[in-house]
Design a protein. Structure first.
Length: 262
């Protein structure tokens, strides 16, 4: 089952209450609350309030979008245990983390093992609290490519560790499909957007313009047989009206083409 939602940092300029109202109007299911502005790390009282308001509105909490970078955040004073406490207070089932700050080409074996070792440590802490963790699928980290992502997950070797996925826009359509297919066994949630490269710049476009690709991605994602959240991000002009338009597109895809509850 694929459920629809939003990444709250799509609208950093809005308050949690405004985001809840917008998501309710859009008739989506869930919110991933970000750890930088809306539900800051180490503030469990805020997390409890936002979590309660989310559920009172009939919405689900998809995950806690932390900005914890494995291998770096501890040294910078961002303690994983504080993030875990915040996620628990929020009522999130999953914490999104980042796999360091080096891409595969810049990471030697010692760096890779350090990332894997720390991930195992925090995965165990999260598991004891009943939460999962998932990497952000992103450039300049060890989850920049499908090969590096899978190698890292295999090196970690912990059943509580997954990865999110988003479209690698610099790749060909064939490479994008291959990247998603490779991480399907470890897939948690998906970030949904449609960007177009023009003169080397990424331009945000209406989601409907990516329909051919996204229908294919959603078919692949649904093949796992596991629940996933498809979370809208990067809307055109950072405009709530653009979000409502894209939300209607996503709901229509999930409802009419997949017959999956949203």
């Amino acid at each position: 089952m694929i459920k629809s939602g939003i990444v709250s940092v799509t609208f950093r300029q809005l308050s949690p209450d405004e985001i809840i109202t917008l998501v309710t109007e859009a008739r989506l299911t869930a919110i991933e609350w970000g750890g930088d502005i809306h539900v800051p790390h180490g503030k469990p009282d805020t997390a409890r309030r936002v979590g309660a308001r989310t559920r009172d509105a009939g919405l689900e909490i998809a995950s806690y979008g932390s900005y914890y970078r494995v291998g770096e955040s501890e040294q910078a004073g961002l303690n994983f245990e504080n993030g875990l406490e915040t996620a628990m207070a929020l009522g999130a089932p999953l914490i999104r983390i980042w796999a360091g700050r080096r891409g595969p080409k810049d990471a030697d074996e010692r760096y890779r093992e350090m990332i894997a070792s720390e991930t195992r440590r925090i995965a165990e802490l999260a598991s004891e609290a009943g939460l999962r963790i998932a990497y952000e699928y992103h450039g300049n980290t060890l989850t920049e490519t499908p090969e590096s992502t899978c190698a890292l997950l295999q090196a970690v070797g912990h059943a509580n560790v997954f990865t999110c996925w988003q479209v690698p826009n610099n790749n060909s359509p064939e490479q994008r499909d291959a990247s998603l297919e490779a991480v399907l066994p470890y897939l948690a949630n998906i970030h949904v957007f449609h960007l177009r490269l023009e003169n080397g710049e990424r331009r945000r476009c209406p989601l409907i313009e990516g329909e051919i690709d996204w229908i294919r991605y959603l078919h692949m994602i649904s093949s796992t047989g596991r629940p996933h959240y498809a979370l809208i991000e990067f809307v055109q002009g950072d405009d709530p009206a653009s979000f409502l338009r894209d939300a209607a597109t996503l709901r229509e895809w999930l409802d009419s083409k997949f017959k999956i509850s949203y």
